[in-house]
Design a protein. Sequence first.
Length: 145
Amino acid sequence: MSEQFLELLKFLFLALLYAFFVWVVIMSLIQLRKPKKSIRSSKKDKDDKTAITHLLTIEPQDIQGTEYPLEEEIFVGRDEECDVIINDSFTSHRHARIYLEDNTLFLEDLASTNGTFVNGEKIEKIHLLEKRDRIQIGNTVLEAK
């Protein structure tokens, strides 16, 4: 190969590298500028009666009645860093994620071993969460309130 061709390839590679760097910076800035939403303030526009504000433990009996307030994003699992910690061998370390997007609450299974169930049905993809939905993770059942 000629020396001129190699120089051209070098400059093309550098241009691609700089373009990638600029793209990463722009995407980071876009993510940082997104306004933080809370479930309570975002759902007020629709109807306060239908806003899901917390999860209530239904089963097992020993932790029944435990409430977990919902935020913009929470993680459910065995890991100590999760927002809702479930000490159950059928629960993955980071089992599921519940998050708010466009004033709507979604539940996502994070490729858990035993799956996540809503109202008795295993979810395969991101699921729209509605009031009184029952979420089963391992032997624990949570109700959206």
